[in-house]
Design a protein around this ligand. Structure first.
Ligand SMILES: C[S@@+](CC[C@H](N)C(=O)[O-])C[C@H]1O[C@@H](n2cnc3c(N)ncnc32)[C@H](O)[C@@H]1O
Ligand code: SF4
Length: 381
């Protein structure tokens, strides 16, 4: 049966981090009953358009879904089980902030059905956490990681690097310490300056500098080396895992499987006789009102043009170290990618050391992953 991933967005945070452009909002209070009912309602409405599938993963993302009442998570997990058959090894992930308050709820989330947690640790240096506007300290984050280890079979945490003034030496030290607390998965993101964030404003006004391109590349290469030495492989641009410990939910996006998005600002891709893109209203209040009136908060439900679909699938597929499997790609799209992207072009970029290309797969090399957006654009031009 066709696999389906379910994404559920919780849009609230205790405070807004200065680098973050996720759909996250700070509110004095949240009407929990109304939110629970609305999320359940939208799940049901969208489910009616995605029948005959087996759910392979649920992902509670945010915002800070660890602030969601466990009762809400439990009700949503239960409803997914009522609406579709689910895979025996279904992965149910919760994103969490690494504070003691949230760590105290892990056991309850586990009872609710969550079996994997992903913690936003961001840094193990207190002054850097302060720069990143985080409310936790490194020691508290490590305690939360410990608590995740004791509560769940699988956990991961995020760090943000390529920060202001970071050297290879300081990053090596911090990352080595992180590795002593890691299990099978880590997400390591280079700090990006997103528009409409406090960091964007501060950066533009010279408030801080960032590593230049050469330094960022050196930091990226060091990261991959250190992680590989610990048995965690770069299976995606910013994600590292032991074999078999990859995030199955995120793999669904990169492999181009179907997923539905519930909650404010969530995206989805559903294949019917065509590929449909969905997106819900970003404003929590407008989303809530529309769900109560219409049963869903969708503002976009449109089929994707063929060319756009191929571009999207190539862009997502090349994020993965294992790249794009030609036969799978053809099954999904009826397109022979070896013909769609000419031999000459693939050979050109393979000779430049950005790709490897054989009869089965088109794969980015590490150097290719460093320039992925440009590479993808050139392959498809
Ligand atoms: C939705 S947040 C994670 C959950 C939780 N709200 C938290 O912050 O702990 C997803 C992750 O994206 C990363 N992230 C967000 N904005 C970023 C940026 N501008 N540059 C690099 N990484 C970023 C952070 O590592 C963050 O943990
Ligand atoms: S990084 Fe996480 S906690 Fe911070 S504002 Fe974004 S979603 Fe919220």
């Amino acid at each position: 049966m066709t696999p389906l991933a379910v994404y559920i967005h919780w849009p609230f945070c205790k405070s807004k981090c200065p680098y973050c452009d996720f759909n996250s909002h700070v509110r004095d209070s949240v009407e929990q009953e109304r939110w629970r009912e609305a999320l359940l309602k939208e799940l049901e409405t969208i489910a009616a358009h995605a029948p005959n599938r087996t759910v392979t993963s649920i992902f509670f993302g945010g915002g800070t879904p660890s602030l969601m009442p466990t009762k809400t998570a439990e009700a949503l997990i239960e409803r997914v089980h009522q609406l579709w058959p689910v895979a025996d090894n279904i992965e149910i992930t919760l994103e969490a902030n690494p504070t003691s308050v949230e760590a105290d709820t892990f056991k309850d989330f586990k009872s609710a059905g969550v079996n994997r947690v992903s913690l936003g640790v961001q840094s193990l240096i207190d002054s850097e956490l302060k720069f990143l506007g985080r409310e936790h300290k490194a020691a508290e984050a490590l305690k939360a990681v410990e608590s995740a280890r004791n509560s769940f079979d699988r956990y991961s945490f995020d760090l943000i690097y390529a920060r202001s003034g970071q050297t290879l030496e300081t990053w090596q030290k911090e990352l080595s310490q992180a590795l002593t607390h890691a299990d099978g998965h880590l997400s390591l993101y280079q700090l990006t300056i997103e528009e409409n964030t406090a960091f964007h404003h501060a950066y533009k006004n010279g408030g801080f500098t960032l590593p230049d391109e050469a330094q960022s590349e050196a930091l990226y290469r060091l990261t991959e080396e250190l992680l590989a030495a610990h048995g965690l492989f770069a299976y995606e641009v910013s994600n590292y895992a032991r074999v078999g410990q990859e995030s199955r939910h995120n793999l669904s996006y990169w492999k181009g499987d179907d997923y539905i998005g519930i909650g404010p600002g969530a995206h989805g891709r559903i294949t019917t006789d065509r590929r449909i893109a969905t997106q819900t209203l970003k404003s929590p209040e407008r989303w809530l009102e529309q769900v109560e009136q219409q049963g869903h908060g969708l503002e976009i439900w449109q089929s994707i043009e063929r060319e756009q679909e191929i571009e999207e699938r190539v862009m997502m597929g090349l994020r993965l170290a294992r790249g794009i499997h030609y036969e799978e790609f053809e099954k999904q799209t009826s397109i022979n990618l070896r013909e769609y992207i000419s031999d000459a072009k693939r050979k050109f970029y393979a000779e430049k050391g950005l790709l490897t290309d054989d009869a089965n797969r088109l794969q980015p090399t590490l150097s290719g992953r460093l320039v992925l957006n440009k590479l993808t654009a050139e392959l498809l031009s």
